[in-house]
Design a protein around this ligand. Structure first.
Ligand SMILES: Cc1ncc(COP(=O)(O)O)c(C=O)c1O
Length: 407
C-alpha cells in the first residue's frame, strides 16, 4: 500500500520539524541544550508526588484507577476555579474543563471553533504548537506585530475595524518564543477591543505564575470582565488556558480551560470523542499535592528564585560573550529569550555549527507567519544548570563571532 496517496487532505499541513531532527542530537549528555521548553527536572517535587501517589492509591485507589467524567475531577476543578477568582469576579467550577495538558485545549478549541479558511489573528511570532494544532484547518492567519511590550494593540485596532475575525490567539505573559509580556495598559486596551468588536480570544497562559520582576499581571480575561463590568465568565469572550506543566510537572499532562459555559459544553463533547477524560490518576495525584496551599506557594517561590537566577546569568553571559549586532529580548518571567541575528544570517546554519560544539537551541523561523524570522532563535534558560549556562553561552558566542567574521 502506498499510504502517501491515502492520507486525508488535511495531513498535508502536518510536518515533522527539521529542527527537531537536529535537536534529537541534543539528548546526548555532552550536549548543552537550550532547545526545549523544559522545566528544571531537579526542581520537580518528586518526593511530594511519590507521597501523593501512595496516599491516593491507599485511600482512593479504586476511584483513581477508574474511568471518570470528561469535565475532570470535581475537587480539582474547584481548586482551579478558586485560584482564578478575583474579588467579585468569581469563577464557577462548571466553567472549568480539565484537559490532558493545555496543548489539548488548542486541539479541542480548533475542532469546535475553526472552519477551513477562517481568518484568525495571531502575534508574530507565535507558539509553533498552536500552528501545528490549527494549520490543518488551512486558516487564513493574520499577523499582528509585536515589540518589547508584547502585542502592538494600536496595530490591532485598524485590523479589527477592517474585517471580522473568527478568533484571536495570544500568549500575553512571557510569550513563547519571545519571552515578552503585554503591559497592563495594553491589556486593558485589548480587553476594550475584545468587547467593542465581539472578538473571541484564546488566552494561552502556561507561564503566568513564573514572574521574576514586578507583580503578576491581571489576565486578559480579568481585564475583559472589568471592561464589561461583569462578575461572570459566562459573559466573557476570552477562553483561558492554564497548565500544571510549568509549575508542577509536564509529565502528568494536566491543564485546564476556563470559559463561558456554552464553550465548555462543546469542548466536553469534543473531548469525549478524543480521549474521554484526562488521566484520572494524574488528576488525583496533582490534587493531593496542591491541596496543601503552603506547599504550592513555596514551590512556585522556589521556581521563581532559581529561574530568575538562571535568566540573569544567561542574559549577563550573553552580554559578555555575544558579538555586536546580535540582540535579544529581556524577559521578566517565563522560560525563554529570543535572539535576533544581523539580517541575512541564518539561525539554522548557526545551529548546525553550534551542534558541532555540543550546544543546541531552537531556530524560530517556524514560529513566524510568512517567510520571515530566519535570523532568529529561542534560548531556554530554565533547564540547564548554572555552570552549563555559562559554558554553553560562551561556546555559542564563539560560534557567532566566527560566523559573523565569515559573513
Ligand atoms: C504557549 C504554550 N502553550 C501551550 C503549551 C503546552 O503545554 P502543556 O500541554 O504542557 O500544558 C506550551 C508548552 O510549552 C506553550 O509554550
Amino acid at each position: 500500500m502506498n499510504w502517501d496517496t491515502r492520507f486525508a487532505h488535511r495531513t498535508q499541513q502536518m510536518k515533522r520539524s527539521t529542527v527537531r531532527e537536529i535537536l534529537k542530537l541534543a539528548v546526548r549528555p555532552d550536549v548543552i541544550s537550550f532547545g526545549g521548553g523544559l522545566p528544571a527536572p531537579e526542581l520537580f517535587p518528586v518526593e511530594r508526588i511519590e507521597q501523593a501517589a501512595e496516599t491516593v492509591l491507599a485511600e482512593r485507589g479504586r476511584e483513581a484507577l477508574q474511568y471518570s467524567t470528561t469535565e475532570g475531577m470535581p475537587e480539582l476543578r474547584e481548586w482551579v476555579a478558586a485560584r482564578m477568582s478575583r474579588g467579585s469576579f468569581q469563577i464557577d467550577p462548571r466553567n472549568i474543563l480539565i484537559v490532558s495538558g493545555s496543548q489539548q485545549g488548542l486541539d479541542l478549541v480548533g475542532r469546535v471553533l475553526l472552519d477551513e479558511r477562517d481568518p484568525v489573528l495571531v502575534e508574530n511570532p507565535t507558539y509553533v504548537g498552536m500552528l501545528s494544532a490549527w494549520k490543518p484547518y488551512e486558516l487564513d492567519f493574520h499577523a499582528v506585530p509585536t515589540d518589547d511590550d508584547g502585542l502592538i494593540v494600536d496595530a490591532l485596532e485598524p485590523m479589527l475595524r477592517q474585517q471580522a475575525y473568527k478568533l484571536m490567539y495570544s500568549i500575553p505573559s512571557f510569550q513563547n518564543p519571545q519571552g515578552t509580556t503585554l503591559t497592563a495598559p495594553r491589556r486593558r486596551r485589548l480587553a476594550e477591543l475584545i468587547v467593542e468588536h465581539d472578538l473571541p480570544f484564546y488566552e494561552d497562559d502556561p507561564y503566568g505564575e513564573l514572574v521574576y520582576d514586578g507583580e503578576k499581571m491581571p489576565t486578559v480575561l480579568e481585564c475583559e470582565a472589568a471592561a464589561r463590568g461583569t462578575t461572570s465568565i459566562d459573559d466573557c469572550n476570552v477562553i483561558y488556558a492554564g497548565s500544571f506543566s510549568k509549575i508542577m510537572t509536564p509529565g502528568l499532562r494536566v491543564g485546564w480551560i476556563a470559559a463561558a459555559f456554552p464553550v465548555i459544553d462543546k469542548l466536553v463533547q469534543a473531548k469525549q470523542a478524543s480521549d474521554m477524560h484526562a488521566s484520572t490518576l494524574s488528576q488525583y495525584i496533582i490534587y493531593e499535592v496542591i491541596r496543601d496551599a503552603g506547599f504550592v506557594e513555596n514551590h512556585i517561590a522556589k521556581l521563581r528564585q532559581v529561574y530568575k537566577g538562571r535568566r540573569d546569568l544567561m542574559l549577563q553571559t550573553m552580554a559578555e560573550q555575544f558579538p555586536e549586532g546580535v540582540t535579544w529580548t529581556h524577559p521578566t518571567g517565563g522560560l525563554f529569550t529570543m535572539v535576533t541575528l544581523p539580517e541575512g544570517m541564518n539561525a539554522v546554519a548557526v545551529l548546525e555549527e553550534s551542534v558541532k560544539h555540543n550546544v543546541a537551541f531552537v531556530p524560530t523561523d517556524s514560529f513566524f507567519i510568512g517567510d520571515t524570522g530566519h535570523n532568529t532563535f529561542r534560548l531556554n534558560f530554565s533547564n540547564a544548570r548554572e555552570e552549563r549556562i555559562v559554558e554553553g553561552i560562551t561556546r555559542l558566542g564563539q560560534v557567532l563571532k566566527e560566523m559573523l567574521v565569515k559573513a
